[in-house]
Design a protein around this ligand. Structure first.
Ligand code: BEZ
Ligand code: FE
Length: 278
């Protein structure tokens, strides 16, 4: 079929020029770039009308799956690697600083404050016992006193407190504060691998793409201290089968840690290096 030359050749420039006539600023730049990339994508893929409609249906279903407890669009961003790219761009760190990873949807604000040495898994009857300890230091190795570590992880049944429907559980969540020597330590259970929600359109997309929805076992940390950049990160277990295929691309080599055998259970020793606030 002969193509409709004028529209196919000119529509991208026309759409960009329409935006260029609008008000200057960040939104205009974003919309122009979005238009250019979207048109480039369409020109590369040449979707059929059925495929384009299927894409619109997919996005519609993604929106419908969202409510106050479920954010399917964030999951889409996570599973496409976009969240980790946004994280990387916004959290560039000097060499030697602890690297960041995604916050994820299971952070629950308001976790209880504990003394160092506390057991965040009190009441858990299964899972391998772990003593986690280390220091919070600056780039010169000096201890950071008064740093707050907000910690959350899966229980041995692969569920986060934030997934508890009563909305009140803080199981395996807690906040610790470093002393003058920068040290922190707490007891917990070894985290386990778990699946990100697979019962929605994003789960269907992963399946259709031949991907799984597992995340390798990890403990989440959000560290804050006066005068330092807040650090959101995760520590991944080095013997996890999903380390190389994390559904949300959150793993960085420097965040993979080893649990040593100890007299009572396991031991994990890890220092966090924070960067001074700009
Ligand atoms: C998490 O680590 O909790 C997480 C991150 C991204 C998507 C789903 C879960
Ligand atoms: Fe997680």
């Amino acid at each position: 079929m002969p193509k409709s030359a004028s529209i196919e050749d000119e529509i991208t420039q026309a759409a960009i020029e329409r935006l260029e006539q609008g008000a200057d600023g960040r939104l205009r730049d974003i919309m122009i770039s979005l238009t250019r990339h979207l048109h480039g994508f369409i020109r590369e893929i040449e979707p059929t009308e059925e495929e384009w409609l299927a894409a619109i249906r997919f996005l519609t279903e993604t929106g419908k799956k969202c409510d106050e407890n479920r954010q399917e669009f964030i999951l889409l961003s996570d599973t496409l690697g976009a969240s980790m790219l946004i994280d990387a761009i916004n959290n560039r760190k000097p060499s030697g600083a602890t690297e960041s990873s995604v916050l994820g949807p299971f952070y629950r604000e308001g976790a209880p404050d504990y003394e160092n040495g506390a057991d965040l898994a009190e009441g858990e009857t299964s899972g391998e016992r772990v003593l986690v300890s280390g220091k919070v230091i600056d780039l010169d190795g000096a201890p950071i006193a008064g740093a707050v570590l907000d910690i959350w992880q899966t229980a041995p049944d692969a569920i986060y407190a934030a997934q508890d429907t009563s909305g009140t559980s803080f199981n395996l969540c807690g906040r610790l504060t470093t002393g003058d020597d920068g040290r922190y330590w707490f007891r917990t259970r070894k985290p386990v691998s778990y699946t990100v929600p697979g019962d929605g359109p994003v789960g269907a997309m992963l399946k259709a793409a031949g991907r799984h929805n597992w995340r390798p076992a990890h403990i989440h940390f959000m560290l804050s201290a006066d005068g330092y950049e807040t650090l959101v990160t995760q520590l991944f277990t080095d013997d996890d089968p999903y380390l190389g295929t994390d559904a949300v691309f959150g793993v960085k080599d420097s965040l993979v840690v080893h649990y040593d055998k100890a007299d009572e259970g396991l031991r994990l020793d890890h220092d966090f290096v924070m960067t001074a606030a700009a």
